[in-house]
Design a protein around this ligand. Structure first.
Ligand SMILES: [Zn+2]
Length: 206
């Protein structure tokens, strides 16, 4: 059943070794990625592919609708490892237009477990109801909500003790909010970056 995957993997491995003979030996010694990526699980938004980054260049956490829950041990463990062990300074929260998770948060259909997961997006939809009403169509409203979800994610990451500690140490960690367009393959900066000296980012040492 997985034969196709193994075939593709072998082909990829051979090609990489031909392109750079010491490629895997180099990667095996250490990873030193510049970026920590928090994105959606959607199969159309793989971090490495859409950013043109190679293995070893981006540390990745993905979940449905790139929600930042303050108590998500999976995300927090990855964030802590990224900041404290790998010394990453660029954290990216990336959402995307046409997100099914965001759409689900705007519907009245029951999704069982997923409803708990996307509850923060429902809250944002209520909070920004007036702004969202200004968007032209239902699709435009969902895309705007996807942007609000990213901006909220950036704020929540900035509020974690992991980032507060990093700022207190003097580490110049920046948290950026991006959104990706599935229809054109382009990333957009939502201009909501929070840095150590940003008013919203003033930690104990900031
Ligand atoms: Zn999505």
């Amino acid at each position: 059943m997985l034969r196709d995957l193994f075939d593709r993997n072998r082909e990829w491995s051979v090609t990489r070794k031909q392109e750079e003979p010491g490629y895997f030996a180099r990667l095996a010694t250490r990873q030193a990625p510049e970026y920590f990526w928090i994105g959606c699980s959607d199969s159309r938004v793989p971090a490495n592919v859409i950013t043109g980054l190679d293995p070893g260049e981006v540390f990745v956490h993905r979940n449905v609708a790139n929600v930042v829950h303050s108590s998500d041990m999976n995300l927090l463990s990855a964030l802590e490892f990224a900041i404290d062990a790998l010394g990453i300074r660029q954290v990216i929260v990336c959402g995307h237009y046409g997100c099914a998770g965001v759409r689900a948060a705007t519907e009245e259909i029951v999704h069982e477990l997923a409803d708990h997961w996307i509850e923060p997006i429902r809250r944002l939809a209520r909070q920004y109801a007036i702004d969202l009403a200004c968007a032209g169509s239902a699709a435009a409203r969902r895309d705007r909500l996807a942007e609000f979800n990213v901006i909220e994610g950036v704020r929540r990451v900035a509020e974690t003790p992991i980032i507060r500690r990093a700022w207190a140490r003097g580490d110049d960690v920046a948290i950026h909010g991006l959104i990706y367009g599935i229809e054109d393959g382009l990333l957009r900066d939502l201009d909501c970056t929070i840095r150590r000296n940003h008013p919203a980012g003033e930690g104990p040492g900031g």
